[in-house]
Design a protein around this ligand. Structure first.
Ligand SMILES: *[C@@H]1O[C@H](CO)[C@@H](O)[C@H](O)[C@H]1NC(C)=O
Ligand SMILES: *[C@@H]1O[C@H](CO)[C@@H](O)[C@H](O)[C@H]1NC(C)=O
Ligand SMILES: *[C@@H]1O[C@H](CO)[C@@H](O)[C@H](O)[C@H]1NC(C)=O
Ligand SMILES: *[C@@H]1O[C@H](CO)[C@@H](O)[C@H](O)[C@H]1NC(C)=O
Ligand SMILES: *[C@@H]1O[C@H](CO)[C@@H](O)[C@H](O)[C@H]1NC(C)=O
Ligand SMILES: *[C@@H]1O[C@H](CO)[C@@H](O)[C@H](O)[C@H]1NC(C)=O
Ligand SMILES: *[C@@H]1O[C@H](CO)[C@@H](O)[C@H](O)[C@H]1NC(C)=O
Ligand SMILES: *[C@@H]1O[C@H](CO)[C@@H](O)[C@H](O)[C@H]1NC(C)=O
Ligand SMILES: *[C@@H]1O[C@H](CO)[C@@H](O)[C@H](O)[C@H]1NC(C)=O
Ligand SMILES: *[C@@H]1O[C@H](CO)[C@@H](O)[C@H](O)[C@H]1NC(C)=O
Length: 622
């Protein structure tokens, strides 16, 4: 009996120790503080909070950064009030506010929650959110303050950009002024709730710098998007709030969006193999994304010079003043409404601003409604998912409209009212454009399909090994034979190389080029699927004493001419100018009839239309 109190005391003591220890890791309680040099680390080691100096500055700021990438600071508390030395202290005061004190113990930043907590705890969560809650409450409703409400330049997954409709409180991003200075810069990235359908807008001061086009149920039509993306976008409009956020499809993926003080944001994904951020894309994408780059009823096409051109059915307001930017405006051609006109479909467009919407109308109803009213200039679906639904209608000038490049999944169909005289001719041209675009849509294969076709990438099906991966033979369920290039996981350039090749190939069609059937990007796997070449490659014949006999002179001549034709197409006749840079006998494949087909464009380099000479910075291949 005598021992018991001592025993109890000991277990109680160790219990306290454990609690103390775990608190020290990711949170502080009332009266506790962190000084410069000390940090909090979230429980799964994703984020760290502490003091840092940005770039070359010696100023100190309290911030949150990625534990695996300490130079990537994603949130800053005292953006406007630097601490000039290392005496800063973050403390959880008696009334439950977080206070940042400078050397004079003066508060230079605080969490301004209005509620006083009994037993407050400030905790750094694995989402990167610093929250203030009572030591019993864990749900997000119980946070009296959270850093996610005061974004800096970075949008974390699950962080909301938008409005509390009850209080009018808005969450938006502002860039750092420079790499040395986290003071808010000139731009802001916000959700615009003044439009009939939510849009994202980058503002410069109070002026629009770029707009995303309306939310279409899947994405914002004016922002490049990828079918196989690693994250998905969410827009919710509830009674008390409207917001945009994103969420990785697989929680193991680390992705963020960062706004720069150039008015551009970048979407990054962390590459575990190289321990580097990989830039997925940036937006604004090109000059056609600048708000009102072209005037009213004028279409912006970045591949053309000049970029601005009146939409079909419209003519330039003043042909002479075309060069002065303010007059790049187009007006309707005279037409007899109703009856004398119809609707022309423009595919892959960023939708213009100022529309009316009804989410429950079909496209047919939308067209009927627009046809009835002569002041309706255009209509489109408001939702693209499930084949399209909802209705948008434009009654005034079509402002801030652009054509979206073929590379990504962005833009959507809009139908504009044009005189009958413009209808017949454009329809044909339009159809041709449409065909081209559809040609470029590469089928995506499921990994399971390819694994099955290649017998789980069996060694027996291996055809060879190239610079950045192995090649396997496969047979699809329908009997079609394929060659599968499996890009090696270790290859640092993997994803770039793949995108390069996919984009190039999808634009090139020639009988002396190997045809790309599709691709597959799933998790770690990156695969390219080609037509299968039964007679292997030229080296297989040429460098073999007996097999070379099989190539008679007429056949050799045919192979030489075919290869040259393929090369001429690449160099001169294709829309892109491409030098192969690694043309060798093993890259000249032979089909069933011994026709040569050039393969392996991963190392190719594209030139702009008029840039015939280029400098390359890598020595490559042959
Ligand atoms: C820091 O200073 C060095 C040398 O002046 C310069 O090269 C570098 O770009 C600066 N870094 C930042 C983030 O400003
Ligand atoms: C907290 O401070 C921010 C500015 O830092 C201000 O916009 C917001 O209204 C304040 N909230 C409360 C509850 O005082
Ligand atoms: C808590 O105390 C700080 C500093 O003493 C003060 O600025 C803040 O307004 C107080 N907060 C509340 C909710 O009373
Ligand atoms: C946008 O949000 C603000 C803040 O709540 C609100 O005052 C305004 O009415 C909203 N605008 C629209 C069109 O819903
Ligand atoms: C998420 O990614 C990891 C690692 O790449 C993988 O093992 C896991 O199966 C993925 N989960 C899902 C649901 O795709
Ligand atoms: C939207 O369209 C539906 C179907 O045409 C109609 O019943 C409804 O009244 C419309 N709503 C508005 C706000 O116009
Ligand atoms: C056409 O639409 C405009 C804008 O909604 C409206 O003001 C006008 O009354 C409509 N005209 C007819 C004939 O319905
Ligand atoms: C796998 O291949 C077999 C025949 O080889 C076929 O019957 C089966 O349907 C295939 N499964 C899938 C998922 O493609
Ligand atoms: C491929 O491997 C998976 C898992 O290792 C197995 O379930 C499947 O049956 C294999 N398929 C073939 C065609 O060998
Ligand atoms: C090329 O492949 C076809 C089909 O596999 C075969 O019949 C033919 O003999 C091959 N030609 C040569 C020269 O090997």
């Amino acid at each position: 009996m005598k021992c018991l109190p001592a025993f109890d005391f000991f277990s109680l003591f160790s219990f306290i120790l454990i609690i103390e220890f775990s608190f020290a890791a990711d949170s502080i309680a009332r009266g506790e503080s962190i000084t410069d040099g000390e940090t909090l680390v979230s429980s799964f080691q994703s984020f760290e909070l502490g003091f840092f100096s940005p770039g070359n500055s010696s100023n100190r700021y309290l911030g949150i950064w990625y534990k695996k990438s300490p130079s990537t600071v994603a949130w800053v508390a005292n953006r406007n009030n630097a601490i000039t030395d290392k005496s800063g202290v973050l403390t959880l005061s008696n009334n439950g506010s977080l206070l940042l004190l400078n050397q004079e113990k003066r508060s230079i930043w605080s969490s301004n929650s209005s509620r006083v907590l009994q037993n407050p705890v400030a905790q750094l969560l694995d989402s990167g959110n610093l929250v203030l809650r009572s030591n019993v409450g864990r749900s997000s409703d119980e946070y009296v303050w959270q850093s996610f409400d005061y974004p800096s330049d970075t949008l974390f997954p699950e962080m909301k950009l938008g409005w509390n409709l009850k209080t009018g409180f808005e969450r938006y991003l502002t860039p750092w002024r420079s790499a040395d200075d986290p003071t808010p810069g000139d731009f802001s990235f916000r959700l615009d709730n003044s439009t009939a359908v939510p849009e994202l807008v980058i503002f410069m001061g109070s002026r629009k710098h770029a707009r995303s086009g309306p939310w279409n149920g899947q994405t914002f039509g004016g922002i490049p998007w990828m079918k196989d993306s690693v994250f998905k976008l969410i827009v919710e409009h509830k009674e008390d709030e409207i917001y945009y956020k994103f969420k990785p499809i697989n929680d193991t993926v680390t992705t963020r969006l960062q706004l720069e003080n150039t008015g551009t944001y970048h979407r990054f994904v962390w590459d575990e193999t190289t321990s580097k951020w990989y830039k997925l894309y940036s937006w604004p994408f090109d000059h056609c994304d600048n708000y009102e780059e072209c005037g009213a009823n004028s279409n912006c096409r970045s591949s053309k010079t000049p970029s601005c051109e009146c939409l079909t059915g419209f003519i330039s307001k003043s042909q002479e003043d075309w060069d002065s930017p303010d007059s790049r405006s187009c007006v309707r051609k005279p037409s007899d409404c109703p009856g004398g006109e119809g609707f022309l479909k423009l595919p892959k467009m960023k939708l213009p601003e100022n529309y009316w919407s009804n989410q429950s109308m079909s496209l047919r109803e939308c067209e009927a409604e627009c046809t009835k009213n002569c002041s309706c200039r255009a209509y489109a679906n408001s939702q693209v998912v499930g084949g399209g639904n909802g209705c948008l209608m434009w009654f005034g000038d079509l402002i801030d409209i652009r054509e979206c490049s073929e590379r990504y999944l962005w833009g959507q169909d809009i139908f504009i009212r044009v005189p009958n005289s413009d209808l017949g001719y454009r329809r044909r041209v339009d159809q041709e454009n449409q065909d081209q675009i559809e040609d470029l849509e590469l089928p995506l294969f499921e990994l399971a399909t390819i694994a099955n076709a290649t017998d789980n990438f069996s060694i027996n099906n291996k055809l060879g090994q190239g610079g950045f991966g192995r090649v396997y033979k496969g047979t699809l369920v329908d009997g079609q034979e394929i060659a599968v290039k499996r890009l090696s996981k270790i290859s640092e350039q993997g994803l770039n190389e793949l995108k390069n090749e996919v984009i190039l190939f999808s634009k090139l069609q020639h009988r002396n080029l190997v045809k790309l059937l599709g691709c597959c990007i799933q998790g770690e796997e990156k695969l390219l699927i080609y037509e299968f070449m039964p007679n292997k490659s030229l080296d297989y014949f040429i460098f073999d004493q007996t097999k070379r006999e099989l190539l008679d002179w007429s056949m050799r001549f045919r192979i030489i001419c075919g290869t040259a034709r393929g090369l001429l197409y690449l160099h001169q006749d294709s829309r892109l100018r491409i030098i192969h840079r690694d043309l060798k006998t093993s890259n000249v494949l032979l089909d069933h009839d011994m026709n040569p087909k050039i393969s392996d464009f991963g190392l190719a380099r594209t030139f702009g239309g008029d840039e015939i000479e280029g400098s390359t910075n890598r020595v490559i291949g042959t």
